[in-house]
Design a protein around this ligand. Sequence first.
Ligand code: NDP
Ligand code: 2IT
Length: 454
Amino acid sequence: MRQKYKAEIDSFMSEVKSRNPDEPEFFQAVEEVVETIIPFIEEHPIYKEANILHRITEPERVIMFRVPWLDSEGNIQVNRGYRVEYNSAIGPYKGGLRFHPSVNLSVLKFLGFEQIFKNALTTLPLGGGKGGSDFDPKGKTDAEVMNFCQSFMSELQRHIGANTDVPAGDIGVGAREIGYMFGQYKRLRNEFTGVLTGKSPNWGGSFIRPEATGYGSVYFIDEILKRSNDSLEGKTVAVSGSGNVSQYATEKVLELGGKVVTLSDSSGYIYFKDGITREQLDELMELKNVKRGRVSEMAANHSNIEYFEGERVWNAPCTIDIAIPCATQNELDESDAKKLIEKGVKIVGEGANMPSTPEAVEAFYENDVIFGPGKAVNAGGVATSGLEMAQNAMNMRWSREKVDQELLSIMKNIHEQCVRYGTDDETGKVDYVRGANIAGFVKVADAMIDQGAV
Ligand code: NDP
Ligand code: 2IT
């Protein structure tokens, strides 16, 4: 398919590159989408006539601003803040905020672009957006983080609102940062609204939002397994990262009878030769979320946990049935993919956004490894943000059980959409990348056509 439309794809990509110089992550995300969408559009000219592809790759608005803040020694520090308001065809802009030194416009445009399709897949009325800063919360005191969050929100507040743009967390932005930003928004605007999601359930947050991305990823993988009458029971699972998504993906794998053998951070990985226990997961959550420590400290406390400095989890010395990358973009490259294939991997489900490089994805396809892309697999986080917005709008709160049931049914529905649009007529195999891209695209493109050239 790609070969047949190579000229169209190459020509579109060279235009994107010349309009957006030096944005490699953004090109990567766009290319992955247009490789599957251009062949679809050729067969459905209505989208070509409306020039949807050029319009959808152009953000509606990009906001960049200075964020000055005082460190604990009284020095004035400066970071850069961003909000990419990408597409509002089906709802208010929605997507997380990332605080990490690697944040730049390319990274946030890739994330915002992916978010459009992911949010459409949830079936909820959510447009696409993403934001953040090159601020690094690591090693900062709580007071410094609060100073930064207040300064960041002092500018961001004029651009967002419960019906306009609703940010949430991402890398480096969790319950603490959402709390400080919400407090500042409320102070400046004198209104208590659902302007952010991922709030504490104590003051407007939804139950299950912290768990939702990890749980949803595992629900999606479980749907893949069910297609071949299989389950997670007894499966060996490699998880990367040790933050929000990794923690709750691990919890759900354990609940469904699987064995998680790895976790990591940017310094290295830990290997649980017997699989992580519930008690060890509780200890890791305390270490990461309260003490803000490093995974290497887990190995120091347990003889059955080994730490490998500077290595990725894909090196783990064991067979691996399922891989769930949950750290960051491009954390799994071609050589990692080959290692996983040698270890017997059957399914890769992306908990993170774009963790696999295009070459890694290609290796998975060539070796019949089922590959679930992030925009489908990890959509449970933003879906539950959508449920938080609904509860805020109604001024009420649903039980844990109700939110979890809604999440499960949304993940099943996303899986069905991928099967509907991604199944090969001849082989019956599901291409989850094609399925997710086309299903998300059709919903947003149809709305753009209805709303005219805006
Ligand atoms: P956290 O900040 O909670 O955790 C991030 C984890 O990834 C940490 O273990 C961190 O290690 C590791 N990491 C970050 N950057 C790098 C890097 N450059 N190299 C190696 N490891 C790195 O973030 P989340 O768990 O929320 O997010 C993880 C991924 O999931 C991201 O891709 C995010 O976009 C995606 N995602 C998150 C959702 C959410 O609801 N939170 C929803 C959907 C997707 P260290 O501490 O050393 O930095
Ligand atoms: O990448 C993502 O989907 C998120 N970080 C969650 C976004 C949200 O608005 O909950």
